[in-house]
Structures are given as structure tokens and as C-alpha cells.
Write a protein that binds this ligand. Structure first.
Ligand SMILES: Nc1ncnc2c1ncn2[C@@H]1O[C@H](COP(=O)(O)OP(=O)(O)OP(=O)(O)O)[C@@H](O)[C@H]1O
Ligand SMILES: [Mg+2]
Length: 451
């Protein structure tokens, strides 16, 4: 009697242990499932694990195609990989999809709902079926999970419990994967559109630039009076053409540079460069424009600055763009200052929130040259300060706006500065003026040990 009891309890213990094991496996499955974002792989994983967890021979996960009122499955274990389609309402899976309730069938051929067609086609013999709806969070169903032929018997209540847990977890993973798939498709589409736009811009700027060269050439020839003398009216007319065509060319070149920078094609060539001479040349070049608006344009820099690591043409372009804005957005009689000085900071990975110090922590301080363009112009509203660096963004983009331009300048300047591992920053007050600032790395002075 005592032995009978102990046998009974050790049997119970073994059963419990087995049950705990199964739940542990299930937990593992859930973890793996949740990490899978590829829908096809997830479907396969769910089927494989459903088969394993209830000790069946095979399983099929059907997804519901709401529009067509059909269930479909792409991968059927054991069968060839192909898409199977079933009408909702037909066969066991169709019945479960329609009624949204589970069925546990101990003998398939005795069940009038069972459709023998697949068995007849494949030569497989279905004996037992456990089939369950996979419910949405929202209430409807995503699909139906069907497992066939319990090894060595019929599906138990415990199998039903295990499969129900698997189904509820599968629902979450499936919804995530479907969402992920949609996101991936949308992202891909965006990337293709972006590439199309870039190609288009590159082509169109190239095509637009080509006819400008002969126009400029001939206007210059006429202005040289080589072909014959000009009247004063002809001369001033030609000068207007010359000025406008050159502006147009500048604009197109700006567009081309922008596209090239976007493609990242090693456009910048960083090398040791003298920033001194560059700054002086720029102040000189902008004097005439400034004078035309009665603006004072000054340079505030120490007598000599260390050399920097930069692409001189790129930096010249940044200064052009910033000075052009300063002149454009500063009313008559205002002041513009191009300033430079040596500071120490931590290079690269800037955060605009860090205020005057743009560089990230975690790297040693190095010597930098700070370059800024300040004006006493119209200023920029606080909520627009980040947006002005987006391409084609202008604070006033109305058709009646007072200032010309396309809104590419700052986007271009930002890219070039970032190509130097730096960031462009702005401080501004409406009605008082703006300061744009960026930093360049100096060529490190020889250390004592090098001497
Ligand atoms: N110094 C400044 N003062 C006031 N507003 C400015 C200044 N610089 C830029 N902005 C604002 O930022 C916008 C974007 O400048 P950005 O240089 O990118 O374009 P743009 O000057 O309008 O055109 P583009 O430079 O292509 O000729 C400007 O339209 C203007 O609203
Ligand atoms: Mg501009």
C-alpha cells in the first residue's frame, strides 16, 4: 500500500517536472519570437515551436486576409513551400476562423467539417487536429494555428493550454512583425524617392549649368567691345545680363555641391590650411556688397591664427553663405563682424544644447579656432532656430517675401561644417541680430617630445 502511494507520488512529481519543463521551453520560445521582426521567419518559428511544444507531427499557421475572406499560409511544414489558400468557413481551419473558437478533434476522418482534399493530394494521413484562433489585441483574429497528429495519442487539455499560451504570445509577435514590415517597406520607398530626387537634382543642375558657359562667354566678349563699340545703354544692359547669369550660375553650383555632399562622395579634402588669409580675403570680397547697404563689415581676429585642418574651398563657401545671409538680413546702417579666435574644446559630436561649447565630452581638450559671423539684423525667432538648417527652409517663405534666395545656403553650410567634424551653431534675437559660429581643429603644435 505504502509502495503504491510512493509510486503514485513519484509519478505525479515526474509529470509536474515535465509540465514545468514545457512551460520553461514556452518561455524561451516567447523570448525568441519577440525578437524576430522578419514575418516569414516568425511564421516558420511559430509553426516549428507549436509542433514541438505539443508533440505533434506538423503544424500550419494561417493568416487571415480580411479583404478576400480567406486564410493563407506561405510555409507548410513537410509540404512544399507554397501559398495555400482556404475560404473562411471551409475545412477545420476555416471553421475556427469563422467561429473564433478552438477545436480538438480526436479523429479527423469522423468529423464532417474536415476536408480530405489536402491529404488526398499529398498522401499524408491526418488523424488528430488541435486548431486555435490567434486573436488580435483589438478583438478580431490575425489567423489560425493548426497542429496535426499528436505523437502517440490525442491532444490533451494540457496541450490546449500550452497552445493557447503560444497563440496569445504569437499574436503580439505577429502584430509587431507586421508593423515592422510595413515600416521597412515605407522606409525603402522613402529611400528610393530620396535617391530619385537626388539623381534628378544632380541631372538638372548639370543640364542647367551647361548652357550658361557660352552665355557668359559671349556677354563678356561683347562687354570687352572687341567685336565693336557699345553705346552706354547697351553696356548697362549687358552688365545686368552678366550679373544675373553669374548669380544663376552660383545658385546652380550651390545646388550641385549640395547634391554631391548628400552623396557623401569625398567632396571635401581636408588638409592644413591658413585660416588667416581666408578670413581677410572674405572681408575684402564682401566690402562692396556691405557698402551698398551702408553696413560696416569688420574683421575681429588676432594678428595671427594657427593653421587649421580644413578644406579651404569648403570653408570659403561656408563664409560666403554666412556673410551673404548677414548682408541680406541686416537693414541699412547695421553692423556685421567676422570674428575668429583660439579656444580649447573637445572635438566632434556636437550637441546644440551644450551652448557655446559644441563638442562632446569623453575626448581630450584640443586647440580649436572659433569662427563666427555676427550681424545686427532682423534676427530669427527661437522656434525657427533649428529649422533654418533644413534645406529649402526659410523663415519667410511667402511669395511676397522681401528677401531673395532658395533656402539652401544654411543646409549647405551645415553639411560642409559637419564634414569637418564640427557643428554650426546659431544664437539670435528677433530685431537685434544673429551670430553663426563653428569651430575648426588647429594643426596640433609639436609636442615637447618631438622637439
Ligand atoms: N543672418 C540671418 N539673419 C536673419 N535670418 C537669417 C539669417 N541667416 C539665415 N536666416 C534665416 O534662415 C533662412 C535660411 O537661410 P539660408 O541661407 O539657408 O537660405 P536663404 O538665404 O533664404 O537662401 P539661399 O541661401 O539659398 O540663397 C533664411 O531664409 C532666413 O529666414
Ligand atoms: Mg542664404
Amino acid at each position: 500500500m505504502a509502495t503504491e502511494k510512493s509510486q503514485e507520488s513519484s509519478g505525479e512529481l515526474a509529470r509536474l517536472r515535465e509540465q514545468v519543463n514545457k512551460y520553461a521551453i514556452l518561455l524561451d520560445i516567447v523570448r525568441v519570437m519577440n525578437a524576430e521582426t522578419n514575418l516569414d521567419r516568425l511564421l516558420e518559428l511559430i509553426m516549428q515551436e507549436a509542433t514541438r511544444v505539443v508533440e505533434a507531427e506538423r503544424s500550419t499557421l494561417f493568416l487571415l486576409d480580411q479583404e478576400r475572406g480567406e486564410l493563407w499560409s506561405k510555409v507548410a511544414q513537410g509540404l512544399e513551400r507554397q501559398t495555400i489558400r482556404l475560404k473562411v468557413g471551409s475545412g477545420i481551419a476555416g471553421y475556427v476562423a469563422e467561429k473564433r473558437e478552438s477545436v480538438n478533434i480526436p479523429d479527423a476522418y469522423q468529423d464532417p467539417r474536415f476536408n480530405r482534399e489536402t491529404d488526398e493530394k499529398t498522401g499524408y494521413r491526418t488523424r488528430t487536429i488541435l486548431c486555435m484562433p490567434v486573436h488580435h489585441k483589438g478583438g478580431g483574429i490575425i489567423g489560425v494555428l493548426q497542429v496535426l497528429n499528436k505523437k502517440g495519442g490525442t491532444f490533451t487539455k494540457e496541450d490546449e493550454g500550452l497552445l493557447a499560451i503560444l497563440c496569445s504570445q504569437a499574436a503580439i509577435a505577429l502584430e509587431n512583425a507586421q508593423l515592422y514590415e510595413r515600416l521597412r517597406a515605407a522606409y525603402q520607398e522613402l529611400k528610393e524617392l530620396d535617391q530619385m530626387k537626388t539623381d534628378f537634382l544632380a541631372n538638372i543642375s548639370h543640364e542647367l549649368r551647361t548652357p550658361l558657359a557660352p552665355i557668359i562667354g559671349y556677354v563678356d566678349l561683347l562687354l570687352s567691345e572687341h567685336p565693336g563699340p557699345l553705346t552706354a545703354r547697351q553696356q548697362s544692359g549687358l552688365e545686368i545680363i552678366s550679373e544675373s547669369v553669374r548669380r544663376l550660375r552660383g545658385l546652380i553650383e550651390q545646388l550641385l555641391t549640395f547634391v554631391q555632399l548628400g552623396q557623401g562622395g569625398g567632396y571635401l579634402q581636408l588638409k592644413e590650411a591658413s585660416i588667416d588669409s581666408l578670413l581677410r580675403a572674405k572681408v575684402e570680397a564682401f566690402q562692396e556688397k556691405a557698402r551698398a547697404k551702408e553696413l560696416s563689415l569688420t574683421l575681429a581676429a588676432p594678428a595671427s591664427l594657427p593653421n587649421v585642418i580644413a578644406d579651404p574651398e569648403g570653408i570659403a563657401q561656408v563664409l560666403d553663405l554666412l556673410l551673404d545671409n548677414a548682408v541680406k538680413f541686416t537693414p541699412y546702417g547695421g553692423r556685421i563682424c567676422l570674428a575668429a579666435g583660439v579656444v580649447t574644446g573637445r572635438p566632434f559630436q556636437a550637441s546644440p544644447k551644450e551652448g557655446r561649447q559644441p563638442f562632446a565630452t569623453g575626448v581630450e581638450d584640443v586647440e580649436l579656432v572659433e569662427i563666427s559671423v555676427s550681424d545686427t539684423g532682423i534676427g530669427i525667432p527661437e522656434d525657427q532656430l533649428e529649422k533654418i538648417f533644413q534645406h529649402f527652409y526659410q523663415v519667410d517663405s511667402s511669395s511676397t517675401r522681401q528677401y531673395g534666395g532658395t533656402g539652401l545656403g544654411l543646409a549647405l553650410a551645415k553639411k560642409i561644417v559637419e564634414g569637418h567634424g564640427s557643428r554650426i551653431q546659431v544664437e539670435s534675437r528677433v530685431g537685434q541680430g544673429s551670430t553663426f559660429r563653428f569651430f575648426l581643429r588647429t594643426v596640433s603644435p609639436p609636442s615637447a617630445s618631438d622637439a
